[in-house]
Design a protein around this ligand. Structure first.
Ligand code: ZN
Length: 500
């Protein structure tokens, strides 16, 4: 495919007519002009940049996004003093590629991280043409510290680039309280007269779901959950290709308990940030999910595919003087830093954002456009073609090589139950999808392969020593056995399971 911006414009115009792009220019109260690059920050000290990522967290399982359970009181309270983005669609339902998009402001086809490293993916290596937030910020005099909770983001992934302190578990994963402990210990002694990039990653909602039992009590709401499951077309039981039934109700109970547990750890980290004394006046905060979870929709308990429930993740941003709002703009992970970093006086930020393909979605001249998502390159190991999705506000199309495109009307069919038949807009969407992908791939080629390298034998061995040979893409890949135990079959929260 050849990149042709003019053809894309034509295709997008056609899609706008067809309804894939609504053309909605959202009037927002917060589209203030960004500070000029190079402005001296208030008080002479640049703001702290804090990123908290919530692994495997479905937006619609948080109260802020309408969930019926109190899974996220801390996130919800924070959202009330932030800008809550209602429509984040991540580029991949896979941990490392989406985090790399977040921290570089580029799409997977551009940065080249198309799978987790233990599944054959490349390791990110900063280059002159493409670097990470932490690498850039360290060059600006920032102290940089990261605290991650799982092997897909450990130091063999490349995501550690630019961090002075990079704290990771010594096993496949660790629970959020342990990660918060490490983060708070560092935060308590971090100099306050030096700005920081501070990243905390929580992994608790990822399978297996093993929250402490007290988090599994959501009261007598079983009938409400039944209704919720019916409304969301959740399969009551699914079967993994490798065997084993997954019952939806205990699975969702255990999953929700993990979110509730993680939310308490988020509260602890926020308390630590407030104790630092810069939270309200000099902190730029991003809280983002890296992808969702199937939870038996579309017959899929895990993640890795391009269904909406696996791509729709929570996102909020908060900066000094931010006016709280809910923002309906469709955006992707690549857009997050180009948006957030324009909300604070950051000297020389153009030098970093110049590499980004993502946009400032709060800029006055921003025009909403559909976003591209894709499956992991891990698929290819099993002879399964890559699948791509182009999501617009109203329509979504899905395309795999060698197969005809499928078109979905997200307004009439938000749970993607039945593709439209013989709809002429499908061809328009396919053109927009393939041309958008071609532009991203061309940029990836232009950037070259210098920013990705395979893991070394020693790094592979280190991962193997952790026992990390199985799942992150989860059963969404549909082809690889998962590690035992399977929380879905035997949820760890004793109070959580209910009869199917
Ligand atoms: Zn993840």
């Amino acid at each position: 495919m050849s990149a042709s911006p003019s053809r894309i414009v034509v295709a997008l115009v056609l899609l706008a007519v067809a309804g894939v792009v609504t053309g909605a220019m959202v009037a927002l109260p917060l589209t203030a002009d960004p500070p000029d690059d190079g402005d001296a920050p208030a008080g002479g000290l640049a703001p702290d940049i804090v990123v908290i990522t919530l692994d495997t967290t479905r937006a619609d399982h948080l109260g802020s996004y309408g969930y019926f359970r109190s899974t996220s009181p801390t996130f919800d309270a924070l959202a009330r003093s932030s800008v809550l983005f209602e429509h984040l669609v991540v580029p991949m339902a896979t941990t490392l590629p989406t985090h790399t998009s977040l921290f570089t402001g580029t799409w997977p086809a551009e940065h080249g991280i198309l799978a987790n490293v233990q599944h054959g993916g490349q390791k990110f290596l900063p280059s002159d043409g493409l670097t990470t937030l932490a690498t850039w910020a360290r060059g600006q005099g920032y102290q940089t510290a990261a605290f991650v909770s799982a092997a897909p983001l450990n130091h063999t992934s490349g995501i550690e680039a630019g961090f002075d302190v990079f704290d990771e578990p010594d096993r496949i994963e660790r629970s959020g309280d342990k990660t918060a402990d490490a983060a708070l210990a560092w935060l308590g002694s971090a100099p306050v007269d030096q700005p920081m990039v501070f990243w905390v990653h929580f992994y608790d909602p990822h399978n297996p779901y093993t929250a402490p039992p007290r988090y599994g009590d959501f009261g007598e709401d079983g009938e409400v959950l039944d209704a919720w499951m019916d409304a969301h077309h959740v399969d009551k039981v699914t079967h993994r290709p490798t065997g084993g039934a997954v019952r939806a109700k205990p699975t969702i109970n255990a999953y929700d308990a993990e979110i509730r547990f993680m939310d308490d750890q988020l509260a602890r980290v926020l308390d630590g940030l407030r104790a630092r004394g810069r939270f309200d006046d000099a902190t730029l905060l991003v809280v983002m999910g890296d992808h969702g979870e199937g939870l038996n929709q579309h017959g899929e308990p895990g993640h890795g595919l391009v269904w909406g429930e696996q791509l729709h993740a929570p996102l909020l941003m908060r900066w000094p003087g931010a006016e709280p709002a809910r923002n309906p703009t469709l955006l992707s992970a690549a857009d997050v830093l180009p948006t957030a970093l324009r909300r604070a006086p950051l000297p020389h930020v153009d030098g970093f954002l110049g590499q980004a393909s993502g946009r400032d979605v709060l800029a006055r001249d921003f025009q909403e456009r559909p976003v591209l998502s894709q499956t992991s390159e891990r698929q290819l190991q099993f002879g399964v073609s890559m699948t791509y999705a182009l999501t617009g506000p109203a329509l979504k199309c899905v395309w795999s090589q060698g197969e005809s495109v499928q078109l979905w009307d997200l307004t009439a069919d938000p749970y993607e139950l039945a593709p439209l038949q013989d709809d002429p807009r499908a061809a328009d969407c396919e053109v927009a999808l393939t041309e958008t992908l071609a532009v991203q791939q061309a940029r990836g080629t232009q950037l070259g392969s210098g920013h990705t390298v395979p893991m070394s034998d020693a790094e592979i061995e280190a991962l193997r020593a952790l026992g990390y040979v199985g799942d992150d893409g989860g059963p969404g890949d549909g082809l690889v056995p998962e590690p035992e135990p399977k929380a879905e079959d035997a949820p760890a929260a004793p109070s959580a399971p209910e009869a199917p």
